[in-house]
Each structure stands twice: as structure tokens, then as C-alpha cells.
Design a binder for this molecule. Structure first.
Ligand SMILES: *Cc1c(COP(=O)(O)O)cnc(C)c1O
Length: 376
């Protein structure tokens, strides 16, 4: 059976986790947390990166930093994971969903402006499959209306838009290191902060509302409760696991891209024959091979294909139930404009196995079975 996902593992994880234990500092902000944060800062050029317990928590921190309050509105795609909306809804905001672009499944930047009201406070974009949204246009809208931009870059580490790393373009960027992502620590994430003016507040939110980060740097002689906050810092053991992969980030990225390209070449004839559609990487976008998906004709054909692949030992999956059609989405959000692509395209999308240890032979086998299904 070929799994849909296998968590990344490079071989150094155990050694680094042992080191974290031997350091006798397995709580947050130890040696490996520092190493991971510095790696992210150096690789992306962001002013500050804070490791978190998840991307969901990084998004929650972004919502706090953006001062999202009861009655505010946040514009986002409906085709996304629940956390994009949860973080803002938790602060009392309404999620205002707009449609996506068919080719990338990213928010359609041309529909954002019409959804803005006096209550709009932020735009939350999702770089689906590690392919950048049209950030030039989005940042221009945000500037003109004074809106905060939060990038849900859960899938976007190592990818870029016009030379800028995803997660560093908006005010806040959020990475995920969940086991299904390109680099993992089991559960974990990072908040990227573009402007230093937010750093002190961010550190306080992350450390239960205390100025403990300042205390550790020797900037204050005792730490106190200075604001509301929560606990968003991961154990150093988890960070140690992640660091083993960040050290090999290029190698992992190269392998994923090689598998992605192989899928693409193998399945291109099916697209040329009009049987399926393949992902589009717009000019100016460099992706990270996070996901390989195809689009079937419709829901029925996709269901058949999933069954056929499963019979042949291949696990393929689909996702997201559009948020505006889900119970919480109906309660906490509304769809602005027409749902032209969100529901239709989410019914057609199918994700094929994609992970670091996936072999070239497996990609050949899976591609062959997809072709067989389509009689090619
Ligand atoms: C994975 C993912 C998340 C959630 O990440 P966690 O680290 O599990 O909280 C949020 N948004 C998107 C788009 C994701 O793919």
C-alpha cells in the first residue's frame, strides 16, 4: 500500500532530541528552538520568527497582533483549512469568504476589494499547495484601505512570489510543521513578523502574557504579568526534531520538486487529451512541491478514481469542504459574491501521494494507474 503521507524523517532527529534531553532544558526556547528560529530568519529574511505549537496558534497570534475584535470582518477564501477562519472567529470576527481562482485554488485577488466594508480589518490569504497568491495586488489593496495582511503560509515554506519568500510579504506569515507538511515536528509552526514594532507584544502573547522573553535576555530583572496571553511555545524536543529537517531543507525540497515534476510530465498527456486538469504555477511563483493534485471531471468521476486507486494499493485524498457550507462557517461567516469555483473545484480535486520518502518508482506506478483509469 502506498500511503498518502509519510512524515519526513532524515535520520538526525533522534540525535538532536537526545541532545535536547541532555541539555536538561526540554521546555520552550531552548537550544533547538533558537536554531530553528534563526534558520527561518536567515532563510526568509523576515525581521523575526517565533516558533509556535502549531500554525493554528501562529494564526491566533497574528489575529491578536492585528487587534481583531468582536464585529470586525476578515476577508479570506472559503476553500481552506478551518484554522484560517478559526483564529479570527475566536476573537469575535466574521469571516467574509470570497471565491478562488480556478487555476491555483488561491483567493481571487480581483474579488477582494468589493468585499471590503467599514468593518473589514484584515485579509487572510492562503498560499495553496505552496503556490503564491497574487501578492502585489493584495498588498496594494491592503495599503489603500489600511488593512492588515496575514499569510497562511502553512504549506508555503521555501516557496516564493516574485523572489520574496512566502510568509514574509504580509504583516504576518504563518508556517506549519505538522506531520503532513514539508518539514515537521509532529505538531508545530512559526509566526513570521515583518515589522519589529510587533515583536515585543508577540513575545508577551506567546509567554502567557508575561515579559519573560525580556527577562531571559536580561533586559528586566524579574518577569511579570503585563498583558493577556497564552502559551504558544513548543517543547525544545519537538524543535530538535524539526531542526534535523531544516538542516536538509534544500535536499528535501529538491526531492519533492523532482517527484512533482515527474507526476506532471507523466500526466500531461491526460491533460492534453482533455481528461484531467493539472496544477498551474503562475509566472513569478516558485513552489515547493508541497502537494500534487489533479482535477477529475466531477465528483462522481473523482469518487470512482479514488476507489480504483485504492484497489491498486494507492491512497489518494481530497479536501476541503468549503468553509461557508460547513456548520461553523454558516454561523461565523458569509460568502461575498458568487461561488463560481470554490464548491465546483473542491469537488473535482484529488491529491496524489506526495512525501519526502516517496520513490520515483512509486510515482511511475501511481501515474500509470491514473492513466489506466482514463484508458490511456
Ligand atoms: C496545515 C494547515 C494549517 C494548520 O496547521 P497546524 O500546524 O496543524 O495548525 C492551516 N492552514 C493551512 C492552509 C494548512 O494547510
Amino acid at each position: 500500500m502506498i500511503n498518502f503521507n509519510v512524515p519526513p524523517f532524515t535520520g538526525k532527529e533522534m540525535e538532536y532530541m537526545r541532545k535536547a534531553v541532555e541539555n536538561e532544558k526540554i521546555c520552550g526556547d531552548g537550544e533547538f528552538t533558537g536554531k530553528c528560529s534563526r534558520w527561518i530568519e536567515e532563510r526568509t529574511g523576515t525581521a523575526k520568527s517565533l516558533l509556535t505549537t502549531s500554525c493554528t496558534h501562529a494564526l491566533e497570534m497574528a489575529a491578536l497582533l492585528a487587534d481583531i475584535k468582536e464585529g470586525d470582518e476578515v476577508i479570506m477564501p472559503s476553500y481552506t483549512f478551518v484554522s484560517t477562519a478559526d483564529a479570527f472567529v475566536l476573537r469575535g470576527a466574521t469571516a467574509v469568504f470570497v471565491d478562488i481562482r480556478k487555476e491555483t485554488m488561491n483567493i481571487d485577488e480581483n474579488l477582494i476589494e468589493a468585499a471590503i466594508t467599514d468593518k473589514t480589518k484584515a485579509i487572510a490569504v492562503v498560499h495553496y499547495a505552496g503556490v503564491g497568491c497574487e501578492m502585489d495586488k493584495i498588498m496594494d489593496i491592503a495599503r489603500r484601505y489600511g488593512l492588515i495582511v496575514v499569510e497562511d503560509a502553512a504549506q508555503g515554506i521555501m516557496a516564493s512570489y516574485k523572489g520574496k519568500p512566502l510568509g514574509t510579504i504580509g504583516d504576518f506569515g504563518c508556517f506549519s510543521f505538522h506531520e503532513t507538511k514539508n518539514y515537521s515536528m509532529g505538531e508545530g509552526g512559526a509566526l513570521l513578523i515583518r515589522d519589529n514594532k510587533y515583536v515585543e507584544r508577540a513575545e508577551i502573547y506567546r509567554e502567557k502574557g508575561t515579559d519573560r522573553s525580556k527577562f531571559f535576555r536580561g533586559q528586566v530583572d524579574k518577569y511579570r504579568w503585563v498583558n493577556f496571553g497564552s502559551s504558544y511555545l513548543p517543547s525544545d524536543m519537538n524543535a530538535a526534531y524539526l531542526y534535523a529537517q531544516l538542516e536538509m531543507a534544500d535536499e528535501i525540497n529538491d526531492i519533492r520538486l523532482a517527484r512533482w515534476n515527474r507526476y506532471y510530465e507523466n500526466l500531461k498527456p491526460l491533460q492534453d487529451a482533455g481528461k484531467i486538469e493539472l496544477p498551474v504555477i503562475p509566472e513569478g511563483c516558485v513552489h515547493n512541491g508541497h502537494m500534487f493534485y489533479i482535477k477529475a471531471k466531477d465528483l462522481e468521476e473523482r469518487t470512482e478514481l479514488i476507489r480504483f486507486l485504492k484497489e491498486n494499493g494507492i491512497l489518494s485524498v481530497f479536501h476541503y469542504v468549503p468553509l461557508h457550507t460547513a456548520p461553523a462557517g454558516i454561523k461565523f461567516g458569509r460568502f461575498h459574491g458568487e461561488d463560481k469555483y470554490t464548491t465546483r473545484e473542491s469537488d473535482r480535486i484529488l491529491r496524489l501521494p506526495m512525501f519526502y520518502k516517496l520513490t520515483e518508482e512509486e510515482v511511475e506506478y501511481i501515474s500509470g494507474k491514473v492513466k489506466e483509469f482514463y484508458g490511456a
